[in-house]
Design a protein around this ligand. Structure first.
Ligand SMILES: NC(=O)c1ccc[n+]([C@@H]2O[C@H](COP(=O)([O-])OP(=O)(O)OC[C@H]3O[C@@H](n4cnc5c(N)ncnc54)[C@H](O)[C@@H]3O)[C@@H](O)[C@H]2O)c1
Length: 382
């Protein structure tokens, strides 16, 4: 048992993200030298039996069935929000007011307005905060960021990014409740714009700077579905697919697309960036590779390199296995915990902060608005 100072975690939600976060809190101090040791103090969800068995499986010391009780506890340092989007703002604001650090899943709020209240709460309480845009911590993407910061690309002309899935094509799929709250706009806020494109946008803002204006289209292919909570056929008001053009402040132009109707694609998050001297591309299905083209290479050998990101010189990789052995999805969350706890030890913020999360919400709001107005929409500065 380490004698490092403890960081007591209170997790809300034991679903998909509850598992990735719990794993990350456990693994981060085993692979990274951190100034604090995360302690799984309590997990909260509404079903007492299920939350208890989750706590036993992951080693949480206690359970709560009301997040308000969790936030009120004085043995918790950090509230980690891994519950559906409609719960984020209320929990985050209460946690900040109680002086807790707050980590929150993406999207930060259902709208930029909601996210703005969360930014105000954490900033006025001066509590450390971070949004789980975990794909920023894929080593190949971090290497791309480093190459961009080293100005290897020159002037950037193009950015394009997609997030393609196929899990809602069946008309028989209901909406609402466990696992399917993403189809209910009251809970989710929006469809693929807030759920999927938010990831593409967060990464793009980080890699390529601010977006200034967008022009979008969205579609809802299946207009009504049975609601699991009411048993009634109800309208679907989320966007099933969303595509937009945009301009970045650096003068580059971009194309973004997300859908849950691209048959055969499960979680195909892609990005490509084209500059004056170099281009790069990456995708989530092959997340340990960065494709890189450098026009300054000798002419007869010039071509796309497929860099296998497993060497100790690559971001985060010296903390893992040996060169040639790759890591995967869950490691992005472990890296995010490691970066947050390291930053905490040095009294600095870990990105993406809630304010960074708000910048993404300004873009997603503008995308949804542009799809309605059929006109270009300007993006405010977060
Ligand atoms: N970073 C990512 O890549 C990523 C991936 C998936 C989901 N997410 C985000 O994570 C969040 C959760 O998504 P998920 O896929 O884990 O959902 P999920 O449906 O698998 O789990 C949600 C959990 O929240 C609990 N919950 C719901 N309402 C609650 C309440 N009022 N109080 C306490 N617990 C409550 C549920 O019981 C469940 O345990 C969402 O905001 C989602 O957008 C992010």
């Amino acid at each position: 048992m380490s004698n490092k100072k403890e960081l007591s975690i209170g997790l809300v939600g034991y679903g998909f993200m509850g598992r990735t976060h719990s794993n990350a809190f456990l693994q981060a101090p085993r692979f990274f030298n951190l100034p604090y040791r995360p302690v799984l103090k309590a997990v909260c969800a509404r079903n007492a039996d299920r939350v208890k068995s989750f706590a036993e499986n992951w080693g949480y010391q206690s359970v709560e069935t009301d997040w308000r009780e969790l936030v009120a506890r004085n043995d918790i340092d950090l509230i980690d929000i891994a519950s559906p989007n409609n719960t984020h703002a209320e929990i985050a604001v209460a946690a900040a007011r109680a002086g807790k650090m707050v980590l929150c899943e993406k999207p930060l709020g259902r709208t930029a307005k909601e996210a703005g209240t969360m930014v105000d709460a954490v900033e006025s309480a001066h509590v450390p905060n971070m949004v789980w845009y975990n794909y920023r911590r894929v080593p190949a993407v971090v290497l791309l960021k480093k190459l961009l910061d080293e100005d290897r690309f020159g002037r950037i002309f193009h950015y394009r990014s997609q997030f393609l899935q196929d899990w809602t094509i069946s008309q028989d799929l209901p909406q609402g409740g466990e696992g399917l709250w993403r189809l209910d706009s009251n809970v989710a806020g929006s469809g693929v714009t807030g759920d999927l494109l938010a990831h593409n946008i967060d990464m793009a803002l980080w890699l390529n700077g601010p977006i200034t204006e967008v022009s979008a289209m969205t579609e809802t292919f299946i207009k009504e579905r049975k609601h699991n909570l009411t048993g009634q056929i109800e309208p679907i008001t989320i966007d099933d697919a969303s595509a937009f053009l945009c301009r970045f402040a650096n003068g580059s132009m971009a194309l973004f697309e997300a859908t849950r109707y691209a048959r055969g694609h499960k979680a195909l998050f892609t990005l490509e960036i084209n500059g004056e001297r170099a281009s790069a591309s990456w995708d989530l299905h092959d997340l340990h590779r960065l494709e890189f083209f450098d026009h300054r290479d000798e002419g007869q050998l010039r071509g796309w390199k497929s860099i296998h990101i497993t060497d100790s010189e690559h971001p985060y990789m010296k903390n893992w296995w040996v060169p040639g052995l790759q890591i995967g999805y869950e490691h992005t969350f472990i890296h995010q915990v490691a970066d947050f706890v390291s930053a905490l030890g040095e009294n600095r913020a870990a990105a993406p902060t809630f304010r960074d999360g708000l910048a993404t919400e300004y873009v997603t709001d503008a995308v949804l608005k542009s799809a309605k107005t059929k006109s270009w929409e300007k993006i405010p500065v977060a």
